[in-house]
Design a protein around this ligand. Structure first.
Ligand SMILES: *Cc1c(COP(=O)(O)O)cnc(C)c1O
Length: 395
């Protein structure tokens, strides 16, 4: 783990950074569950609205608890600025919408989280923004997709659910050569294992709903970039359209950051243990785990990630029927479309999160009928292994 610019290690900063104490001297971060703020005088209100005086005015714009979460996230990511949002999708939508206007064009990797793909593929064309989807790992495909009006690139790595890896530095270089920006959805890697900004990306987005909360309670999102990017592309869009995070959710997520390294490191260790133990099981046609040396992109993973992942993809024998028998036989591991939780969760992408795509499109994204995505939680690894093994026996 690297040293902080101010000399403190990451774990220390995630416990302390961003905290603003009130005169009461509270230990824990204060929760400012308020819509608005009182002005001392009419003149103060006037100056705040003219932006001549710093201070809070309305929680749709900003709020001290939300600021604490944003500052802690910015410290974590090594970003100049952060802007929290109500959900991960609000973060992706604002980050991308804030960068384009009618006539512009975006290039995105085709293996995207379902809703992210809908934004660029279905929503953008309604407003005159063109979109080309490419095979993310193929750098030539990104190059060939560029048009004179290309303004922004979007990718997710490792991708959901097939855990495919995209070369962030390589794609960033192509984007910059084309005068475009690169936005990376970094949910699967978490801020602990991959730093897209340091690799050349211009903007990073998270669904804080996942590992940042880590205990399945609150929705949230965050956009991280340079101050200039946030102020010119994102802030006005968010303030005026209003997908603000609740101060309560920001507070839960702020506390989640204190324990994120402990949780994600343990979950990743367990995931590596399970991947090794189940890799050769006769009911597993293929197991994909970014922490294993047999991942087809192991070299790239070593270059751009500092840890595996809390996620494993398993292609179960006998397609959908086999996958369903496996999932229904699990006792400890629960069936859910969520991930990054303390509880281990499995998803069958072909019939849920990616069910709206044709079988051909799913095949392009590496989603077979037998694919099961496993999000590894905080249970004891031996209990999880026993559960997964007994369920695999039912396949
Ligand atoms: C969950 C998720 C999102 C959306 O986040 P919400 O908080 O559910 O809106 C976006 N991208 C990825 C990769 C995700 O896993």
């Amino acid at each position: 783990m690297t040293d902080a610019p101010d000399g403190y290690h990451l774990e220390t900063r995630l416990v302390h950074d961003g905290q603003k104490r009130t005169p009461y001297g509270e230990t824990s971060e204060a929760l400012f569950l308020t819509q608005g703020f009182i002005y001392e005088s009419a003149e103060t209100a006037e100056r705040r609205f003219l932006n001549e005086e710093q201070g809070y005015s309305y929680t749709r714009y900003s709020n001290p608890t939300i600021t604490m979460f944003e500052e802690r996230m910015a410290s974590f990511e090594g970003a100049e600025a952060a802007q929290a949002t109500a959900t991960g999708m609000a973060a992706v939508t604002a980050a991308m919408m804030g960068q384009v206007q009618a006539g512009d064009h975006v290039v995105a990797a085709r293996a995207l989280f379902g809703s992210c793909r809908w934004i660029v593929e279905d929503l953008f064309p309604r407003f005159g923004v063109g979109c080309t989807l490419v095979d993310g790992p193929d750098l030539d495909a990104w190059r060939q997709a560029v048009r004179p009006e290309t303004k922004a690139f979007l990718l997710e790595t490792p991708s959901n659910p097939s855990l495919e890896i995209i070369d962030i530095a390589g794609v960033a270089a192509i984007a910059h050569e084309a005068g475009a920006t690169l936005t990376v959805d970094n949910v699967f890697a978490t801020p602990l294992f991959q730093k897209p900004l340091a690799l050349g990306a211009d903007c990073v987005v998270y669904s804080a709903t996942k590992h940042i909360d880590g205990q399945g309670r609150c929705l949230g999102g965050v956009i991280l970039a340079s101050t200039e990017f946030i102020e010119t592309k994102v802030q006005q869009f968010l303030r005026m359209t209003g997908p603000s995070i609740s101060p309560f959710n920001a507070w839960v997520l702020l506390k989640g950051l204190e324990t994120l390294p402990l949780r994600v490191e343990r979950q990743t260790e367990t995931a590596g243990f399970l991947a090794d133990a189940l890799h050769d099981h006769e009911s597993v046609r293929r197991l994909i785990y970014p922490g294993r040396p047999d991942h087809p992109q192991a070299d790239l993973i070593r270059r751009q990630m500092s840890g595996g992942s809390t996620m494993i993809a398993l292609d179960i024998e006998d397609g959908k029927a086999g996958a369903f028998r496996f999932m229904n036989a699990l006792r400890l591991t629960k069936i859910s479309n969520n991930l990054g939780d303390a509880k281990s969760l499995v998803t069958h992408p072909a019939t849920t999160t990616h069910g709206r795509f044709t079988p051909e499109l799913r095949a392009e994204m590496g989603i077979t009928d037998g694919l099961v995505r496993l999000s590894v939680g905080l249970e004891h690894r031996d209990d999880l292994l026993a559960d997964l093994r007994q369920a695999l026996e039912q396949v």
